[in-house]
Design a protein around this ligand. Structure first.
Ligand SMILES: [Fe+2]
Length: 257
């Protein structure tokens, strides 16, 4: 059997990828579903999210948004042009897509602002405890693990599931209607850009990882990659849970006073 992987089927179909990749995608599906189906999105979609939860979500997720191009840069550092086809693909893709991320932090602040969370609060406010786990994990895996692990954990897993929830929220008329009419378009821009309609990024990241690993990686390497993908979903889920239960520090202090 040929050990090099070269995709021949459609990019956005799981069956186009090696069996080991199909297996870990299926195994990680329950963890992914916990993020995709989180009550946070229902609260937004039904236009019933409270101010504290929205604040916690905006402030708690900010570091992940702000640092995302840096994770890609850490992965770029691992590439070496001419070493392998996977390396060349990764290098080209990361260089191009770090640029695409350029304005996304600004659009996140616009979303927060329009949703009633002032940008100064996002920039300077204290993130609820436990919400930084995904950022810390992405930093660790992108900085210290393999190129395939880093790209699967960030560009495949995090971006992939983000595209799914962003699409749900962006499609919600009730959510759009809950926002002030003036400035609604910029408020929704981050969601619009990240909604998964035809986002090819996660698939491209998967293809690059499969090209790097080939058709028959060692079972222990496959298990490690599975764990990295699952950790991304679990850390996102944990962060979302913390947004629901935590209050901003000022309010906690006010109540204690
Ligand atoms: Fe982005």
């Amino acid at each position: 059997m040929k050990t090099d992987f070269e995709r021949t089927g459609p990019m956005n179909e799981v069956s186009s990828y090696p069996q080991w990749a199909q297996d870990i995608i299926a195994e990680c599906e329950p963890a992914r579903r916990r993020v995709r189906d989180h009550v946070m999105w229902d609260m937004m979609i039904e236009g019933r999210i409270d101010r504290t939860t929205m604040r916690n979500f905006m402030v708690g997720t900010w570091s992940l948004i702000e640092r995302f191009p840096s994770f890609m840069a850490l992965n770029l550092l691992k590439t070496q042009y001419g070493r392998s086809r996977g390396d060349d693909m990764a290098r080209r893709w990361l260089v191009r897509n770090i640029r695409v991320e350029q304005n996304h932090a600004e659009y996140w602040l616009d979303w927060a602002d329009g949703a009633g969370v002032p940008r100064v609060e996002v920039l300077k406010g204290r993130a609820p405890s436990g919400t930084q786990t995904a950022t810390e994990w992405c930093h660790e895996v992108s900085g210290r693990d393999s190129l395939a692990a880093g790209m699967l954990a960030t560009n495949y897993a995090i971006e992939g599931v983000t595209g799914e929830w962003a699409q749900k929220v962006y499609d919600s008329v009730a959510y759009a209607d809950s926002l002030p009419l003036a400035g609604r378009k910029p408020t929704l821009r981050w969601l619009q850009l990240h909604a998964a309609y035809d986002d090819t990024h996660p698939w491209e990241a998967l293809e690059i990882a499969c090209t790097l690993m080939g058709n028959q990686p060692a079972p222990e390497d496959v298990e490690h990659l599975r764990e990295c993908i699952e950790r991304s979903y679990l850390s996102l889920h944990y962060g979302l849970e913390r947004c629901l239960v935590q209050q901003p520090m000022e309010e906690v202090e006010e109540q204690a006073a």
